[in-house]
Design a protein around this ligand. Structure first.
Ligand SMILES: Cc1cc2nc3c(=O)[nH]c(=O)nc-3n(C[C@H](O)[C@H](O)[C@H](O)COP(=O)(O)OP(=O)(O)OC[C@H]3O[C@@H](n4cnc5c(N)ncnc54)[C@H](O)[C@@H]3O)c2cc1C
Length: 478
Protein backbone atom coordinates (compact mmCIF):
# COMPACT_ATOMS: atom_id res chain seq x y z
CA UNK A 1 0.00 0.00 0.00
CA UNK A 2 1.52 3.34 -1.04
CA UNK A 3 1.84 5.92 1.69
CA UNK A 4 -1.08 8.39 1.44
CA UNK A 5 0.20 11.74 0.05
CA UNK A 6 -1.98 13.45 2.63
CA UNK A 7 -0.05 11.78 5.45
CA UNK A 8 3.27 13.02 4.05
CA UNK A 9 1.87 16.55 3.90
CA UNK A 10 0.64 16.27 7.49
CA UNK A 11 3.98 14.94 8.71
CA UNK A 12 5.74 17.87 7.01
CA UNK A 13 3.45 20.26 8.86
CA UNK A 14 4.50 18.65 12.17
CA UNK A 15 8.30 18.61 11.74
CA UNK A 16 8.97 20.86 8.74
CA UNK A 17 9.67 20.01 5.08
CA UNK A 18 13.36 19.22 5.57
CA UNK A 19 12.60 16.64 8.27
CA UNK A 20 10.58 14.22 6.16
CA UNK A 21 12.35 12.09 3.55
CA UNK A 22 10.61 10.02 0.89
CA UNK A 23 13.27 9.86 -1.84
CA UNK A 24 14.68 6.42 -2.72
CA UNK A 25 18.30 7.49 -2.16
CA UNK A 26 17.53 8.88 1.31
CA UNK A 27 15.51 5.77 2.23
CA UNK A 28 18.28 3.41 1.16
CA UNK A 29 20.23 3.64 4.42
CA UNK A 30 17.14 2.72 6.42
CA UNK A 31 16.60 -0.59 4.65
CA UNK A 32 18.49 -2.59 7.24
CA UNK A 33 20.12 -2.36 10.64
CA UNK A 34 23.31 -4.09 11.82
CA UNK A 35 21.89 -7.41 10.60
CA UNK A 36 22.29 -6.67 6.92
CA UNK A 37 21.01 -10.02 5.65
CA UNK A 38 17.47 -8.72 6.26
CA UNK A 39 16.19 -5.68 4.45
CA UNK A 40 12.85 -3.94 4.09
CA UNK A 41 11.76 -0.87 2.17
CA UNK A 42 10.26 1.98 4.25
CA UNK A 43 8.24 4.66 2.45
CA UNK A 44 9.10 7.62 4.60
CA UNK A 45 11.57 8.68 7.30
CA UNK A 46 10.65 11.45 9.70
CA UNK A 47 12.98 13.20 12.17
CA UNK A 48 11.21 14.57 15.27
CA UNK A 49 13.01 16.63 17.92
CA UNK A 50 10.71 16.27 20.94
CA UNK A 51 7.94 14.24 22.59
CA UNK A 52 5.12 16.43 21.24
CA UNK A 53 6.24 15.94 17.64
CA UNK A 54 6.56 12.17 18.20
CA UNK A 55 3.03 12.04 19.60
CA UNK A 56 1.60 13.93 16.61
CA UNK A 57 3.50 11.74 14.11
CA UNK A 58 2.27 8.58 15.81
CA UNK A 59 -1.27 9.86 16.05
CA UNK A 60 -1.26 10.62 12.31
CA UNK A 61 0.09 7.15 11.46
CA UNK A 62 -2.56 5.63 13.73
CA UNK A 63 -5.37 7.57 12.03
CA UNK A 64 -4.08 6.68 8.54
CA UNK A 65 -3.52 3.04 9.62
CA UNK A 66 0.07 3.19 8.42
CA UNK A 67 2.70 1.04 10.20
CA UNK A 68 5.66 2.76 11.86
CA UNK A 69 8.81 1.95 13.81
CA UNK A 70 11.21 3.91 16.03
CA UNK A 71 14.88 3.88 15.14
CA UNK A 72 17.96 4.93 17.09
CA UNK A 73 21.39 4.39 15.55
CA UNK A 74 20.36 1.26 13.61
CA UNK A 75 23.13 -0.85 15.19
CA UNK A 76 20.64 -3.52 16.29
CA UNK A 77 21.63 -7.04 15.29
CA UNK A 78 18.21 -8.69 15.02
CA UNK A 79 16.44 -6.66 12.33
CA UNK A 80 14.37 -4.69 14.86
CA UNK A 81 14.48 -1.20 13.36
CA UNK A 82 13.33 -1.99 9.82
CA UNK A 83 9.86 -1.88 8.31
CA UNK A 84 8.33 -2.98 5.03
CA UNK A 85 6.29 0.03 3.89
CA UNK A 86 5.27 2.71 6.38
CA UNK A 87 7.18 5.25 8.41
CA UNK A 88 10.49 5.18 10.26
CA UNK A 89 10.59 7.60 13.20
CA UNK A 90 14.29 8.40 13.27
CA UNK A 91 15.23 9.65 16.75
CA UNK A 92 18.80 10.81 16.15
CA UNK A 93 17.83 14.49 16.43
CA UNK A 94 16.41 13.81 19.91
CA UNK A 95 19.94 13.71 21.27
CA UNK A 96 19.98 16.07 24.24
CA UNK A 97 20.84 15.35 27.86
CA UNK A 98 17.92 17.27 29.35
CA UNK A 99 19.05 17.26 33.00
CA UNK A 100 21.86 15.87 35.14
CA UNK A 101 21.18 15.46 38.86
CA UNK A 102 24.51 14.36 40.36
CA UNK A 103 23.33 14.57 43.98
CA UNK A 104 20.40 12.26 43.25
CA UNK A 105 22.42 10.22 40.76
CA UNK A 106 20.14 10.34 37.78
CA UNK A 107 19.86 12.02 34.40
CA UNK A 108 16.98 12.74 32.06
CA UNK A 109 17.88 12.15 28.41
CA UNK A 110 16.24 12.09 25.03
CA UNK A 111 16.31 8.62 23.45
CA UNK A 112 18.74 9.55 20.67
CA UNK A 113 21.58 10.35 23.11
CA UNK A 114 24.55 8.15 22.24
CA UNK A 115 25.40 5.77 25.09
CA UNK A 116 29.01 6.85 25.54
CA UNK A 117 28.16 10.55 25.35
CA UNK A 118 26.08 10.34 28.54
CA UNK A 119 28.96 8.80 30.50
CA UNK A 120 31.28 11.52 29.18
CA UNK A 121 28.84 14.15 30.49
CA UNK A 122 28.49 12.40 33.85
CA UNK A 123 32.22 11.73 34.41
CA UNK A 124 33.12 15.21 35.73
CA UNK A 125 30.56 14.53 38.49
CA UNK A 126 32.25 11.21 39.35
CA UNK A 127 29.37 9.26 37.79
CA UNK A 128 28.69 7.06 34.75
CA UNK A 129 25.88 5.30 32.89
CA UNK A 130 26.81 1.66 33.46
CA UNK A 131 25.52 -0.29 30.41
CA UNK A 132 28.42 -0.39 27.95
CA UNK A 133 27.57 -2.33 24.79
CA UNK A 134 30.55 -2.68 22.48
CA UNK A 135 28.65 -0.42 20.08
CA UNK A 136 28.49 2.33 22.73
CA UNK A 137 30.30 4.90 20.60
CA UNK A 138 27.26 5.03 18.29
CA UNK A 139 24.22 3.21 19.70
CA UNK A 140 21.53 5.23 21.48
CA UNK A 141 20.06 4.96 24.96
CA UNK A 142 16.59 4.55 23.41
CA UNK A 143 17.89 1.53 21.49
CA UNK A 144 19.59 0.21 24.65
CA UNK A 145 16.29 0.47 26.52
CA UNK A 146 14.30 -1.23 23.76
CA UNK A 147 16.80 -4.11 23.48
CA UNK A 148 17.73 -4.23 27.20
CA UNK A 149 21.34 -3.97 26.09
CA UNK A 150 24.19 -5.54 27.98
CA UNK A 151 27.94 -5.17 27.68
CA UNK A 152 31.23 -6.33 29.17
CA UNK A 153 30.68 -4.37 32.38
CA UNK A 154 27.11 -5.44 33.09
CA UNK A 155 28.28 -8.61 34.89
CA UNK A 156 28.54 -6.80 38.22
CA UNK A 157 26.10 -3.92 37.85
CA UNK A 158 23.37 -5.44 35.69
CA UNK A 159 21.99 -4.80 32.20
CA UNK A 160 20.09 -1.73 30.97
CA UNK A 161 16.91 -2.76 32.84
CA UNK A 162 18.74 -2.13 36.11
CA UNK A 163 19.58 1.43 35.10
CA UNK A 164 16.25 2.76 33.81
CA UNK A 165 14.20 4.56 36.46
CA UNK A 166 11.39 5.88 34.32
CA UNK A 167 10.42 7.23 30.95
CA UNK A 168 8.03 9.27 28.87
CA UNK A 169 6.56 7.16 26.10
CA UNK A 170 4.06 7.57 23.28
CA UNK A 171 1.56 4.75 22.91
CA UNK A 172 0.69 3.48 19.41
CA UNK A 173 -2.41 5.72 19.25
CA UNK A 174 -0.41 8.87 20.07
CA UNK A 175 -1.19 9.12 23.79
CA UNK A 176 1.72 10.35 25.94
CA UNK A 177 2.35 8.46 29.21
CA UNK A 178 4.78 9.02 32.09
CA UNK A 179 6.07 5.78 33.58
CA UNK A 180 8.18 5.44 36.72
CA UNK A 181 10.27 8.33 38.00
CA UNK A 182 13.55 9.25 39.63
CA UNK A 183 12.47 8.13 43.09
CA UNK A 184 13.82 4.74 44.13
CA UNK A 185 10.48 3.02 44.71
CA UNK A 186 7.13 3.79 43.07
CA UNK A 187 3.82 2.15 43.99
CA UNK A 188 2.00 -0.03 41.48
CA UNK A 189 3.25 -2.32 38.70
CA UNK A 190 6.52 -1.21 37.11
CA UNK A 191 5.23 -0.31 33.63
CA UNK A 192 8.46 1.41 32.71
CA UNK A 193 10.27 -1.91 33.20
CA UNK A 194 7.64 -3.59 31.00
CA UNK A 195 8.83 -1.48 28.08
CA UNK A 196 12.49 -2.33 28.64
CA UNK A 197 13.41 -5.13 26.25
CA UNK A 198 10.07 -4.94 24.41
CA UNK A 199 12.02 -4.11 21.23
CA UNK A 200 9.96 -1.06 20.38
CA UNK A 201 6.72 -3.02 19.98
CA UNK A 202 4.71 -1.47 22.86
CA UNK A 203 5.46 2.27 22.73
CA UNK A 204 7.99 4.79 21.48
CA UNK A 205 10.15 6.10 24.32
CA UNK A 206 10.76 9.83 24.04
CA UNK A 207 12.48 10.73 27.34
CA UNK A 208 14.37 8.44 29.69
CA UNK A 209 15.28 8.81 33.36
CA UNK A 210 18.49 6.82 33.82
CA UNK A 211 20.36 5.82 36.95
CA UNK A 212 23.95 7.06 37.20
CA UNK A 213 26.42 5.15 39.33
CA UNK A 214 29.63 6.35 40.98
CA UNK A 215 32.86 5.75 39.09
CA UNK A 216 34.94 3.06 40.76
CA UNK A 217 37.87 4.53 42.74
CA UNK A 218 40.27 1.90 41.36
CA UNK A 219 40.22 -0.41 38.39
CA UNK A 220 42.56 -3.23 37.52
CA UNK A 221 42.55 -5.26 34.31
CA UNK A 222 44.11 -8.70 33.94
CA UNK A 223 44.87 -10.91 30.98
CA UNK A 224 44.97 -14.68 31.51
CA UNK A 225 46.34 -16.73 28.60
CA UNK A 226 45.39 -20.33 27.85
CA UNK A 227 46.38 -23.02 25.39
CA UNK A 228 42.91 -24.56 25.52
CA UNK A 229 39.46 -22.96 25.35
CA UNK A 230 38.16 -25.45 27.93
CA UNK A 231 40.72 -24.31 30.51
CA UNK A 232 39.60 -20.71 29.95
CA UNK A 233 35.88 -21.51 30.26
CA UNK A 234 36.50 -23.65 33.36
CA UNK A 235 38.30 -20.68 34.90
CA UNK A 236 35.17 -18.54 34.49
CA UNK A 237 33.06 -20.71 36.81
CA UNK A 238 36.03 -21.20 39.13
CA UNK A 239 36.60 -17.43 39.53
CA UNK A 240 32.97 -16.78 40.38
CA UNK A 241 32.92 -19.93 42.55
CA UNK A 242 35.83 -18.47 44.52
CA UNK A 243 33.54 -15.67 45.67
CA UNK A 244 34.92 -12.92 43.43
CA UNK A 245 32.55 -10.88 41.27
CA UNK A 246 34.65 -9.11 38.63
CA UNK A 247 33.37 -5.99 36.91
CA UNK A 248 33.96 -7.80 33.60
CA UNK A 249 34.93 -11.33 32.60
CA UNK A 250 35.34 -11.72 28.84
CA UNK A 251 36.64 -14.58 26.71
CA UNK A 252 38.28 -14.16 23.30
CA UNK A 253 39.46 -17.13 21.25
CA UNK A 254 42.39 -17.60 18.88
CA UNK A 255 40.76 -16.61 15.61
CA UNK A 256 39.31 -13.52 17.20
CA UNK A 257 42.66 -12.60 18.78
CA UNK A 258 44.32 -12.94 15.39
CA UNK A 259 41.70 -10.71 13.73
CA UNK A 260 42.07 -8.05 16.42
CA UNK A 261 45.86 -8.11 16.23
CA UNK A 262 45.78 -7.98 12.42
CA UNK A 263 43.61 -4.90 12.75
CA UNK A 264 44.72 -3.00 15.83
CA UNK A 265 47.81 -4.53 17.48
CA UNK A 266 46.61 -4.05 21.05
CA UNK A 267 48.98 -6.61 22.57
CA UNK A 268 46.82 -9.76 22.72
CA UNK A 269 49.08 -12.89 22.66
CA UNK A 270 48.73 -14.25 19.10
CA UNK A 271 49.93 -17.74 20.08
CA UNK A 272 47.15 -18.14 22.69
CA UNK A 273 44.21 -20.48 22.10
CA UNK A 274 42.04 -18.29 24.32
CA UNK A 275 42.36 -15.35 26.68
CA UNK A 276 40.27 -14.06 29.53
CA UNK A 277 40.07 -10.34 30.02
CA UNK A 278 39.20 -9.81 33.67
CA UNK A 279 38.51 -6.49 35.31
CA UNK A 280 38.12 -5.70 39.00
CA UNK A 281 36.93 -2.41 40.38
CA UNK A 282 36.45 -0.98 43.84
CA UNK A 283 38.64 -0.34 46.84
CA UNK A 284 42.41 -0.71 46.22
CA UNK A 285 43.08 -3.18 49.07
CA UNK A 286 40.07 -5.28 48.15
CA UNK A 287 41.24 -5.40 44.52
CA UNK A 288 44.72 -6.51 45.56
CA UNK A 289 43.32 -9.48 47.50
CA UNK A 290 40.91 -10.44 44.70
CA UNK A 291 43.68 -10.22 42.10
CA UNK A 292 45.68 -12.82 44.00
CA UNK A 293 42.64 -15.09 44.20
CA UNK A 294 41.95 -14.74 40.48
CA UNK A 295 45.57 -15.44 39.50
CA UNK A 296 45.64 -18.51 41.75
CA UNK A 297 42.37 -19.82 40.28
CA UNK A 298 43.39 -19.15 36.66
CA UNK A 299 46.77 -20.84 37.04
CA UNK A 300 45.16 -23.81 38.78
CA UNK A 301 42.76 -24.15 35.84
CA UNK A 302 45.71 -24.14 33.39
CA UNK A 303 46.48 -20.49 32.52
CA UNK A 304 49.94 -20.44 30.92
CA UNK A 305 50.39 -16.74 31.52
CA UNK A 306 48.75 -14.12 33.73
CA UNK A 307 49.53 -10.44 33.70
CA UNK A 308 48.10 -7.15 34.88
CA UNK A 309 47.80 -4.16 32.58
CA UNK A 310 50.79 -2.10 33.66
CA UNK A 311 49.09 1.26 33.34
CA UNK A 312 45.93 2.99 32.15
CA UNK A 313 47.26 3.14 28.58
CA UNK A 314 47.69 -0.64 28.40
CA UNK A 315 44.30 -1.15 30.04
CA UNK A 316 42.64 1.05 27.42
CA UNK A 317 44.46 -0.85 24.65
CA UNK A 318 43.16 -4.20 25.91
CA UNK A 319 39.61 -2.89 26.04
CA UNK A 320 39.99 -1.34 22.62
CA UNK A 321 40.81 -4.82 21.33
CA UNK A 322 37.80 -6.36 23.07
CA UNK A 323 35.34 -3.66 21.96
CA UNK A 324 36.50 -3.87 18.35
CA UNK A 325 36.65 -7.67 18.24
CA UNK A 326 33.42 -8.06 16.25
CA UNK A 327 34.32 -5.40 13.68
CA UNK A 328 37.79 -6.95 13.29
CA UNK A 329 36.17 -9.92 11.53
CA UNK A 330 36.13 -7.78 8.40
CA UNK A 331 39.92 -8.16 8.37
CA UNK A 332 39.78 -11.95 8.03
CA UNK A 333 36.51 -12.66 6.22
CA UNK A 334 34.32 -11.01 3.57
CA UNK A 335 31.24 -11.72 5.72
CA UNK A 336 30.28 -12.85 9.22
CA UNK A 337 27.14 -13.64 11.13
CA UNK A 338 26.97 -12.62 14.80
CA UNK A 339 25.26 -15.21 16.96
CA UNK A 340 23.98 -14.27 20.43
CA UNK A 341 22.99 -17.06 22.82
CA UNK A 342 23.13 -17.77 26.53
CA UNK A 343 23.95 -20.85 28.58
CA UNK A 344 24.31 -21.34 32.30
CA UNK A 345 27.95 -20.42 33.04
CA UNK A 346 28.70 -24.01 34.03
CA UNK A 347 27.92 -25.09 30.44
CA UNK A 348 30.30 -22.67 28.71
CA UNK A 349 32.83 -25.41 28.02
CA UNK A 350 30.15 -27.65 26.47
CA UNK A 351 28.62 -24.95 24.31
CA UNK A 352 31.93 -23.74 22.89
CA UNK A 353 32.95 -27.34 22.05
CA UNK A 354 29.66 -27.61 20.21
CA UNK A 355 30.18 -24.27 18.44
CA UNK A 356 33.50 -25.44 17.00
CA UNK A 357 32.00 -28.82 16.03
CA UNK A 358 29.05 -27.19 14.31
CA UNK A 359 31.36 -24.82 12.40
CA UNK A 360 33.48 -27.76 11.23
CA UNK A 361 30.37 -29.70 10.26
CA UNK A 362 29.27 -26.82 8.02
CA UNK A 363 32.78 -26.15 6.71
CA UNK A 364 32.87 -22.65 8.22
CA UNK A 365 35.34 -20.92 10.50
CA UNK A 366 33.90 -19.61 13.76
CA UNK A 367 35.58 -17.02 15.98
CA UNK A 368 34.36 -16.52 19.52
CA UNK A 369 34.01 -13.59 21.83
CA UNK A 370 31.90 -14.06 24.96
CA UNK A 371 30.58 -12.09 27.89
CA UNK A 372 31.75 -15.24 29.64
CA UNK A 373 30.77 -14.20 33.15
CA UNK A 374 27.15 -13.95 32.00
CA UNK A 375 27.25 -17.18 29.96
CA UNK A 376 26.54 -14.97 26.93
CA UNK A 377 28.27 -16.32 23.81
CA UNK A 378 28.84 -14.50 20.52
CA UNK A 379 30.11 -17.00 17.96
CA UNK A 380 31.08 -15.02 14.85
CA UNK A 381 30.37 -17.36 11.96
CA UNK A 382 32.54 -16.45 8.98
CA UNK A 383 31.22 -16.91 5.48
CA UNK A 384 31.59 -15.60 1.96
CA UNK A 385 28.43 -13.76 0.86
CA UNK A 386 29.37 -14.44 -2.79
CA UNK A 387 29.78 -18.20 -2.35
CA UNK A 388 26.64 -20.19 -3.15
CA UNK A 389 25.12 -21.75 -0.04
CA UNK A 390 27.59 -20.16 2.40
CA UNK A 391 25.04 -17.87 4.06
CA UNK A 392 22.52 -20.71 4.42
CA UNK A 393 25.19 -22.84 6.09
CA UNK A 394 26.07 -19.97 8.43
CA UNK A 395 22.38 -19.63 9.37
CA UNK A 396 22.06 -23.38 9.94
CA UNK A 397 25.15 -23.31 12.13
CA UNK A 398 23.73 -20.38 14.13
CA UNK A 399 20.37 -22.11 14.64
CA UNK A 400 22.07 -25.29 15.82
CA UNK A 401 24.04 -23.30 18.37
CA UNK A 402 20.87 -21.62 19.65
CA UNK A 403 19.00 -24.92 19.97
CA UNK A 404 21.93 -26.27 21.91
CA UNK A 405 21.78 -23.21 24.19
CA UNK A 406 18.12 -23.98 24.86
CA UNK A 407 18.81 -27.66 25.50
CA UNK A 408 21.46 -26.62 28.03
CA UNK A 409 18.91 -24.49 29.87
CA UNK A 410 19.89 -21.15 28.35
CA UNK A 411 18.27 -18.54 26.13
CA UNK A 412 17.92 -17.48 22.49
CA UNK A 413 19.44 -14.09 23.18
CA UNK A 414 21.59 -12.42 25.79
CA UNK A 415 21.33 -8.87 24.48
CA UNK A 416 20.63 -8.53 20.75
CA UNK A 417 16.92 -9.28 20.99
CA UNK A 418 14.65 -11.41 18.82
CA UNK A 419 13.52 -8.92 16.15
CA UNK A 420 12.98 -10.63 12.82
CA UNK A 421 16.03 -12.79 13.17
CA UNK A 422 14.86 -15.25 15.80
CA UNK A 423 11.09 -14.86 15.84
CA UNK A 424 10.53 -18.34 14.40
CA UNK A 425 12.68 -19.83 17.18
CA UNK A 426 10.53 -18.39 19.97
CA UNK A 427 8.36 -21.51 19.87
CA UNK A 428 11.42 -23.56 20.70
CA UNK A 429 11.86 -21.57 23.90
CA UNK A 430 8.33 -20.84 25.09
CA UNK A 431 5.16 -22.87 25.37
CA UNK A 432 2.35 -21.72 23.07
CA UNK A 433 0.32 -20.50 26.05
CA UNK A 434 3.23 -18.39 27.33
CA UNK A 435 3.73 -16.85 23.90
CA UNK A 436 -0.01 -16.26 23.70
CA UNK A 437 0.00 -14.30 26.97
CA UNK A 438 2.93 -12.18 25.78
CA UNK A 439 1.14 -11.41 22.53
CA UNK A 440 -2.08 -10.51 24.30
CA UNK A 441 -0.14 -8.10 26.51
CA UNK A 442 1.43 -6.49 23.46
CA UNK A 443 -1.95 -6.33 21.75
CA UNK A 444 -3.42 -4.53 24.77
CA UNK A 445 -1.17 -1.58 23.91
CA UNK A 446 -0.57 -2.08 20.21
CA UNK A 447 -4.09 -3.05 19.18
CA UNK A 448 -3.84 -2.45 15.45
CA UNK A 449 -0.32 -3.90 15.31
CA UNK A 450 0.91 -0.76 13.55
CA UNK A 451 3.93 -0.21 15.83
CA UNK A 452 6.89 -2.33 14.69
CA UNK A 453 4.84 -5.20 13.25
CA UNK A 454 6.28 -8.63 12.56
CA UNK A 455 8.87 -8.54 15.35
CA UNK A 456 9.55 -10.94 18.25
CA UNK A 457 6.67 -13.37 17.64
CA UNK A 458 6.50 -16.07 14.95
CA UNK A 459 4.61 -14.91 11.85
CA UNK A 460 1.09 -16.23 11.73
CA UNK A 461 1.06 -17.00 15.45
CA UNK A 462 -1.69 -14.93 16.99
CA UNK A 463 -2.00 -15.32 20.71
CA UNK A 464 -0.37 -18.71 20.58
CA UNK A 465 -2.99 -20.58 18.55
CA UNK A 466 -0.63 -21.38 15.67
CA UNK A 467 2.47 -23.47 16.18
CA UNK A 468 5.12 -23.91 13.55
CA UNK A 469 7.59 -26.77 13.51
CA UNK A 470 11.25 -25.77 13.97
CA UNK A 471 13.04 -25.59 10.60
CA UNK A 472 15.73 -28.00 11.82
CA UNK A 473 14.68 -30.84 14.11
CA UNK A 474 16.19 -30.59 17.60
CA UNK A 475 19.24 -32.79 18.02
CA UNK A 476 20.58 -32.59 14.45
CA UNK A 477 23.62 -30.72 15.74
CA UNK A 478 24.81 -33.59 17.93
C1 LIG B 1 29.69 -4.01 16.52
C2 LIG B 1 28.47 -4.15 17.40
C3 LIG B 1 28.64 -4.50 18.73
C4 LIG B 1 27.53 -4.64 19.56
N1 LIG B 1 27.72 -4.95 20.87
C5 LIG B 1 26.66 -5.05 21.69
C6 LIG B 1 26.85 -5.35 23.08
O1 LIG B 1 27.98 -5.49 23.57
N2 LIG B 1 25.75 -5.45 23.84
C7 LIG B 1 24.49 -5.27 23.34
O2 LIG B 1 23.53 -5.37 24.09
N3 LIG B 1 24.29 -5.00 22.04
C8 LIG B 1 25.34 -4.87 21.21
N4 LIG B 1 25.13 -4.58 19.88
C9 LIG B 1 23.75 -4.45 19.36
C10 LIG B 1 23.16 -3.01 19.38
O3 LIG B 1 24.20 -2.05 19.35
C11 LIG B 1 22.27 -2.81 20.60
O4 LIG B 1 21.12 -3.62 20.48
C12 LIG B 1 21.81 -1.35 20.81
O5 LIG B 1 21.11 -1.27 22.03
C13 LIG B 1 20.90 -0.84 19.67
O6 LIG B 1 20.82 0.57 19.78
P1 LIG B 1 20.43 1.45 18.50
O7 LIG B 1 20.32 2.86 18.93
O8 LIG B 1 21.35 1.18 17.39
O9 LIG B 1 18.98 0.87 18.19
P2 LIG B 1 18.32 0.51 16.78
O10 LIG B 1 19.09 -0.55 16.10
O11 LIG B 1 18.05 1.75 16.02
O12 LIG B 1 16.93 -0.10 17.27
C14 LIG B 1 16.90 -1.32 17.98
C15 LIG B 1 15.45 -1.59 18.41
O13 LIG B 1 15.06 -0.63 19.38
C16 LIG B 1 13.87 0.04 18.96
N5 LIG B 1 13.99 1.42 19.42
C17 LIG B 1 15.04 2.25 19.24
N6 LIG B 1 14.79 3.42 19.85
C18 LIG B 1 13.57 3.32 20.42
C19 LIG B 1 12.75 4.18 21.21
N7 LIG B 1 13.15 5.40 21.54
N8 LIG B 1 11.55 3.74 21.61
C20 LIG B 1 11.12 2.50 21.28
N9 LIG B 1 11.85 1.64 20.57
C21 LIG B 1 13.06 2.04 20.15
C22 LIG B 1 13.83 -0.11 17.46
O14 LIG B 1 12.50 -0.04 16.98
C23 LIG B 1 14.43 -1.49 17.28
O15 LIG B 1 13.44 -2.47 17.47
C24 LIG B 1 26.22 -4.44 19.03
C25 LIG B 1 26.06 -4.08 17.69
C26 LIG B 1 27.17 -3.93 16.88
C27 LIG B 1 26.95 -3.54 15.45
Amino acid sequence: MALPARLVRQLRRVVGRGSVETGPAELLVYQSDGLTIHSAQPECVVYPTNTGECARIISLCHQAEVPFVARGAGTGLSGGAIIDGGVIIQLSRMNRVLALHPADRYAVVQPGVVNNYLSLQARPHGLEFAPDPSSQAVCTIGGNLAENAGGPHTLKVGVTANHILGQTAVLPDGEIVQLGGPYPVAPGPDFSAFLVGSEGTIAVTTEIIVRLIPLAPFTSTMLATYDSVGAATDSVSAILGAGVLPAALELIDKLCIQAVEANLKVGFPTDATAILLIELDGDQDEIAGQTETIERVCRRQGAVDFRLAADEKERQQLWLGRKHAVGAMGKISPGYYTNDGVVPRSRLTDILELVYRSGEHHGLRVANVCHAGDGNIHPLILFDPDATGDLERALDCSREILWACLEMGGSLTGEHGIGIEKRELMESMYAASDLGHMQRLRKGFNQRNLLNPGKIFPLGATCGEVRRPSPIPAGTWI
